[in-house]
Design a protein around this ligand. Structure first.
Ligand code: FEO
Length: 390
């Protein structure tokens, strides 16, 4: 593999992982992913920015053929998909120092067993000159871990943003295409950054003071359309939720499904956009993406062993962890002889500061009066959505 030039003496060492299907043993990767290291050569020093997942370290070493001396390895983030090959890089370049912030140093010493004397600590805003290439370190804590930072290359106006603005997308071209990168970026934001919206908002404000020509994240393609990338993030993290309801459901014998279908029709007739997701085949990323801009979430569940269906429980657990900007929540479902499906689910959604619209739980097969209650629920939701944009 040969490094791909971004600007003079600045290279992308992107390692695509096309056939990786799961991240963190949790998140489906429909488009694979990539681990992006970068190489910056100054007149005096050379720096590698991040490494790659250790499973793909041989590809990184292939890129580094011909790089005789490495002075610095900048570690933006201690998560192993970026830091996991640093020990191997240090074996090849034993005089190199790891440049990072104190928190990340602590994590790297813990996760990779690196000795303290291998590090150079840098502060927020500190600079490191490579000779004609000036690295400015920009702390970006809680993109999803507390130690994350980025690097701004002053001469080239490139922001190396780590996970921020990334996408799980194994792609051929160096630069992103707005049409194909939007959905993978949204999925990635939803899965790991949505719970930290207030930090993301602060980071967007901090970065607005920099003149940025290129954003080079640690996953997915590099962005030349900086305004596009910043504006979609602003919409997701700061913007109001949209006139959209997520109906996430599971049904065993069809009764809950009848309620779900009636609700979806009634909501659409009332002018509410609906995303309907069957939790039977769970795609965590689809659920997370839908939560980015939905104003309302309705969980549909039958009653199993006196409680909600386990897949509805998992859905509620995921929603609660992701802390979306949802404004309204409700629950619908059917039961055979009793149980506490509603109480259990409601008790699991405590992180979401939303109004609970009275649930509709019916006995057995829904009857006409049950369906009327569903229509009423749809009317209440439509009323609450008045004024929200599509
Ligand atoms: Fe891509 Fe948080 O590591």
């Amino acid at each position: 593999m040969r490094p791909v030039k971004i600007t003079e003496n600045v290279y992308s060492l992107r390692v695509n992982h096309f056939n990786r299907h799961l991240f963190d043993s949790l998140i489906p990767l429909p488009d694979g992913t990539s681990y992006n290291a970068y190489l910056v050569k100054g007149t005096e020093k050379t720096a590698l920015l991040d490494s790659v997942d250790p499973e793909k370290k041989e590809v990184l070493f292939d890129y580094l053929k011909g790089v005789e001396k490495l002075d610095y390895i900048v570690a933006h983030h201690a998560e192993q998909d970026h830091s996991g090959s640093i020990s191997f890089v240090l074996e090849k370049y034993p005089s190199a120092k790891v440049v990072t912030n104190p928190r990340c140093k602590e994590f790297l010493m813990s996760h990779l067993a690196l000795p303290a004397d291998k590090f150079i600590e840098v502060k927020d805003g500190e600079i490191l000159s490579l000779g004609g290439k000036t690295l400015e370190f920009v702390y970006l804590p809680w993109v999803h871990w507390p130690e994350t930072m980025g690097t701004y290359l002053r001469e080239d106006k490139i922001l190396f943003s780590c996970d921020f603005f990334g996408s799980h997308l194994a792609a051929g071209g160096l630069f992103s295409d707005e049409r194909t990168v939007y959905a993978p970026m949204k999925r990635y934001y939803a899965e790991i950054m949505m719970p930290f919206r207030s930090n993301i908002k602060a980071h967007l404000e901090k970065l607005s003071k920099y003149e940025i020509n290129v954003i080079a994240p640690s996953h997915g393609p590099v962005h030349k359309n900086v305004k596009f990338v910043q504006s979609i993030y602003s919409d997701w993290a700061v913007g109001e939720p949209k006139n959209k309801a997520l109906v996430a459901y599971v049904s065993m014998h069809g009764s809950t499904y009848i309620l779900v279908n009636r609700l979806v029709s009634a909501l659409e007739e009332a002018g509410v956009n609906v995303e309907k997701l069957n939790l039977e085949q769970f795609d965590e990323g689809r659920v997370a993406m839908a939560l980015v801009d939905a104003a309302t979430v309705i969980v549909g569940t039958p009653t199993v062993l006196a409680g909600p269906h386990p897949k509805a429980v998992y859905g509620a657990c995921l929603m609660n962890a992701l802390r979306p900007k949802v404004k309204f929540i409700s629950i619908i479902g059917s039961y055979g002889w009793g149980g506490k499906a509603v109480e259990t689910l409601a008790g699991m959604l405590t992180n979401i500061k939303a109004e609970i619209i009275p649930p509709v739980l019916v006995k057995g097969l829904p009857k006409e009066e049950d369906l009327k209650k569903i229509d009423e629920l749809a009317s209440i939701i439509a009323l609450r959505h008045k004024g929200l944009e599509l």
